[in-house]
Design a protein around this ligand. Sequence first.
Ligand SMILES: Nc1ncnc2c1ncn2[C@@H]1O[C@H](COP(=O)(O)OP(=O)(O)OP(=O)(O)O)[C@@H](O)[C@H]1O
Ligand SMILES: [Mg+2]
Length: 242
Amino acid sequence: MSRIIEARGLNKVYRRGSEEIHALNDVDFTLEEGKFVSIIGPSGSGKTALLNMLGCLDTPSSGSLKLIGTETSGLEERDLVRLRRDNIGFVFQQFYLMPTLTARENIELPLLFSKKKGQRDRIDGVLEMVGLSDRGDHLPSQLSGGEMQRVAIGRALINDPRIILADEPTGNLDSSTSQLIFELFRGLNRQGMTLVVVTHNLELARQANVMYTLRDGRIAGCRDLSGRQDTQDSRGAASRAA
Ligand SMILES: Nc1ncnc2c1ncn2[C@@H]1O[C@H](COP(=O)(O)OP(=O)(O)OP(=O)(O)O)[C@@H](O)[C@H]1O
Ligand SMILES: [Mg+2]
């Protein structure tokens, strides 16, 4: 398996006035292609900071980060943007959908930025992957929270990324809807997608292949869960309404 992300000695220091906040302290993190990794930890432990570094939404204060074999530390913003756009799909707690666009149009949006407009078949395929084939023409206000997050996941998938990074994707959803979203992630992972998902919810985090625990900006634990009993059946999860 190839190493799709390789981070060594990542540090992130935020400055607030004269105060220095060490959000990440000497973090090593490797991600093998095809894995589903969860990151758990108390509020303020650095989960979002780490995810933002891994996705090149923010730059580390020091350390090295290789993404798909490319060292990112010396890259110009333009190259960083391209690396991010071509390889990473992001999902957030607040779905960040455009309220005036339908589900289908929201999913299509990244194609406009990458100048690949159209591709009707591809949009239909993604709508099906996220279980929204019959909701394509609905506006976000006509969708449930779980359905809105599915649209956001579809939007993350449309550029065919190598990795999905999700920060508290179920933070605004009830527990059964959250479970369905995780089943969707597991289904995507079975189809070969690499995922890193931050969550507060231990029960959900344990459904990944590997679970990292962050504490005070450090990796406090890493558990390989791939040998666990696989009792959840995620087939067909996408077709159940969320
Ligand atoms: N832009 C910023 N400026 C200053 N401090 C920041 C900034 N972003 C994050 N921090 C601080 O860095 C630390 C790590 O924050 P981070 O957002 O990564 O935590 P988290 O684990 O995602 O927490 P939560 O579970 O509440 O989302 C916290 O102490 C936070 O206050
Ligand atoms: Mg956070």
